[in-house]
Design a protein around this ligand. Structure first.
Ligand code: BGC
Length: 790
């Protein structure tokens, strides 16, 4: 064993040089090592006119009764409170009396409340939090954590505290748009991931944040940064990718974008929510190294780089302990080791034992207190099972969330102008254009030539009725939606006939007559576009598809159309992966469109007709057979346990390690142009504390402008531990005109070469030789070099 191996310190791991030292007065039970101060000029602290706060908040009616009447109210409560607490410890009684005094003193009209430190938008976040925490009575603290919220299936509203002018907090679901209100439907996260464009996804986060704010929300439950472990996870469309690095880069920008609008992201589901089957109780048995290398990096980046203001636990157990009740995960790792100061929401049904969840580090329950109730927490406090210090730590986190989102600043919602604005529509189209992946283009069939084309048959259950996503939390209802049939119609003139036939239903068996009608249409058309896929009755929350076959008779439909017309192009409109063996060799074109948002039909047509050069790259490996995926023998688990026996060999790591040829590899996607790589520069040596700069020249050698996604993979040549052949450690999307060449640079630090050393609980960068490969997918390398880590 080499003597100079390195355990990479936390600061290197996080790479968050901008993190501030802690000024937090967190409870002793939590002791976070670091805390993040939001600058005074953050969006959450702008635009306050305190004199108007009372007028804007209908709940101020109680407060305007004035100090005397408020005192009377609180004195009348004294008898009941004292009776209850006198039966307990004298110390508790004294505590209540001091709380009562504080309550009397603070029962102020809005003008007076406005002069209090916590209500001052210009005061530092932690000072405001401290001030407000001091003023809350013990019952009010429990109210903030566990008082019954006002809930509808579409939104959650956390309760107000009128005495202190704390208004109701509004929360909504989703990541590609808003649930329960008309909003822009952006492409889902798996399509966002196919753009490999973090900056663009940052704009989506900001736009969803704007729309959430327009409706008066302070928090959005999203994004999901869970890893696509199984191709059969019905919520894969709601999260980014099978790869932790890609997921982390996109998640960070999405969160930063959203929070730039003063709206909290609630990153979910921490951790190992990788299937919907048995999601309420399944115990994920995962080894420590895989947990840290595959399932946690995106959460760590969300906590330490993006400084997400909140996070939601998973429903499942991890190694026998429910995620919401895991102290090592929530307090040990998230709050202490990562130094994260946000609020932890227990997902709907995640909490089984209020005391265990409270002591583990869950701060509040979604969508309303069911187990984590005032009664349960009150009793736990009384018995000493939960300490006041623990409760105060939670309240502090909720208050921090309120301060950060500007809830206490009294600014009214900005109006609905942002909702479905032309800018958001254009962004939805751009993300779809960059996230739709061209997988097959035999004989240069695409792009279609409008000048030569006379007729197109648009066929399939998802052609006219194109779908936006899976069910429940991710439901989005846009003001309009362009399906594939509409999009194609809008892209041609009257000189081109566009025919339509459904061919078969989406999930039910079809009829021979409908199939024959569709085949006849295809036979008399120049080109057939067959749009197949799934919907929100087939995949989504609590709904893994039963297998990876296209539902209903859709395979048969494709075969029939391909037999009738050699120019058949299949378009996939679904989330989970599908098997294509039944027809792939028979069709000329294949486009993985996914659930690409309200502008999907336009974006697809832009690509089919060559107005846009396709540039999406797969965020997941697509296999030829179900059994080729690494979860095959361990999904969905037996007797309540799912063993992650594949370890770190998830996605392309598995296909490379097991030497299984994928149908389409991770990172793959075709273009209408070609690119050439040359002049790779990799430093020969790298000191462990150093940073390696890798450079390569990339040229567009075709005749069309286009985007290339340059991918950088690192692999240990002769490691002392078993490691993947190569792992993604960098990527860049570049745009090049025909003939144009550019220099692409990457920097790699020690973390890029590290694996998680469970014995020493740290990242270890073993000295030795590493490959550095650059290419267009995880299987298609155009330039390779080596570096020796010293
Ligand atoms: C889902 C969460 C969602 C929550 C609130 C839960 O069932 O798992 O993702 O945010 O409901 O709707």
């Amino acid at each position: 064993m080499p003597t100079t191996e390195e355990i990479v310190p936390s600061s290197v791991r996080a790479g968050n040089a901008d993190e501030q030292p802690s000024h937090s007065r967190e409870n002793n039970d939590e002791k976070p090592s670091k805390s993040v101060l939001v600058p005074d000029n953050s969006p959450g602290q702008k635009g306050v006119n305190s004199s108007k706060r009372g007028e804007r908040n209908p709940l101020n009616i109680a407060a305007t009764l004035g100090a005397l009447s408020a005192c009377a109210f609180w004195l009348s409560g004294l008898a009941a409170a004292c009776a209850f607490w006198l039966s307990g410890l004298a110390a508790a009684c004294a505590f209540w009396l001091s709380g009562l005094a504080a309550a009397c003193a603070d029962a102020a009209p809005p003008a007076r409340a406005a002069r209090m430190l916590y209500a001052s938008p210009r005061a530092p976040v932690e000072a405001r939090v401290d001030d407000l925490l001091r003023r809350l009575t013990p019952p009010e603290k429990l109210t903030l954590l566990a008082e019954d919220s006002i809930f509808s299936p579409l939104t959650l509203q956390m309760p107000p505290i009128p005495r202190l002018n704390i208004p109701v907090m509004h929360v909504t679901d989703s990541s590609q748009g808003l649930r329960g209100a008309t909003s822009t439907a952006f492409p889902v996260e798996s399509v966002m991931a196919a753009t490999w464009n973090p900056a663009l996804i940052g704009q989506v986060g900001a736009s969803v944040g704007q729309e959430a704010k327009a409706y008066g929300n302070q928090l959005v439950y999203g994004p999901c940064v869970n890893i696509h472990r199984s191709p059969q996870d019905g919520r894969n469309f709601e999260s980014f990718s099978e790869d932790p690095f890609l997921t982390a880069r996109l998640g960070v920008r999405y969160i930063q974008g959203m929070q730039s609008q003063g709206v909290a992201a609630c990153v979910k589901h921490f951790a190992c929510n990788n299937q919907e089957t048995f999601r309420h109780f399944v115990s994920v048995h995962v080894d420590d190294r895989s947990l840290h290398e595959i399932y946690l990096p995106a959460f760590q980046a969300a906590a330490q780089e993006a400084h997400a203001w909140s996070l939601m636990t998973a429903l499942n157990q991890i190694n026998g302990v429910y995620a919401a009740e895991s102290r090592p995960l929530l307090t040990g790792l998230l709050k202490q080791r990562w130094g994260w100061d946000g609020a932890v929401f227990g997902d709907w049904g995640a909490i089984h034992d209020a005391v265990a969840a409270a002591n583990a580090g869950t701060d509040i329950e979604v969508p309303k207190p069911m187990v984590f109730t005032t009664a349960a927490l009150g009793a736990a406090l009384k018995s000493g099972a939960v300490t006041q210090t623990v409760v105060d730590g939670k309240v502090r986190r909720i208050l921090r969330l309120m301060v950060r989102t500007g809830l206490l600043d009294g600014s009214p919602p900005p109006g609905l102008a942002a909702v479905n604005s032309p800018a958001h529509q254009a962004l939805a189209r751009k993300v779809a254009q960059q996230g739709i992946v061209l997988l097959k283009n035999a004989n240069g069939l695409l792009p279609l030539d409008r000048a030569k084309l006379k007729s197109i048959a648009v066929i399939g259950p998802n052609a006219a009725d194109t779908q936006l996503g899976g069910r429940w939390s991710a439901d989005v209802h846009p003001a309009y939606q362009v399906g594939v049939l509409d999009g194609i119609r809008k892209h041609v003139t009257g000189a081109v006939t566009v025919g339509f036939a459904q061919g078969c239903p989406r999930t039910l068996p079809g009829t021979p007559a409908a199939l024959a009608e569709a085949a006849a249409l295809a036979a008399k058309s120049d080109v057939a576009v067959v749009v197949v896929g799934m919907d929100n009755n087939y995949e989504g929350e609590e709904l893994d598809p039963p297998n990876l076959n296209l539902p209903g008779d859709q395979d048969k439909l494709i075969q029939a159309i391909a037999a009738a017309n050699k120019n058949t192009i299949v378009v996939l409109n679904n989330g989970t992966s599908v098997l294509m063996k039944a027809w792939l060799t028979q069709v000329s074109g294949l486009v993985d469109m996914g659930y690409a948002g309200q502008e999907m039909g336009n974006a697809l047509a832009d690509i089919l007709f060559g107005d846009i050069n396709p540039s999406g790259r797969l965020p997941d490996t697509l296999a030829a057979r179900r059994e080729d995926y690494s979860d095959w023998e361990n999904y969905p688990g037996r007797k309540g346990i799912v063993r992650y026996a594949e370890g770190v060999y998830v996605g392309y790591r598995h296909f490379n390690h097991a030497q299984v040829l994928p149908l389409f590899p991770f990172g793959f996607g075709l273009s209408y142009t070609t690119f050439q790589y040359r002049g790779l520069r990799v430093p020969a040596r790298l000191a462990r504390a150093g940073v390696a700069t890798v450079r390569v020249r990339v040229k567009n050698t075709g005749t069309r402008a286009g985007d290339e996604v340059v991918q950088l993979y690192v692999g240990a040549v002769a490691p002392n531990v078993d490691r993947p052949v190569r792992e993604l450690k960098g990527f860049r999307r570049i745009s090049l005109r025909p003939g144009e060449e550019t220099l692409v640079s990457f920097t790699l630090n020690a973390r890029a070469f590290s694996y998680w050393d469970s014995a020493r609980q740290g990242w270890r960068a073993e000295p030795g030789r590493y490959s550095v490969e650059l290419g267009s997918s995880s299987r298609d390398m155009h330039a390779a070099g080596q570096v020796v880590l010293q």
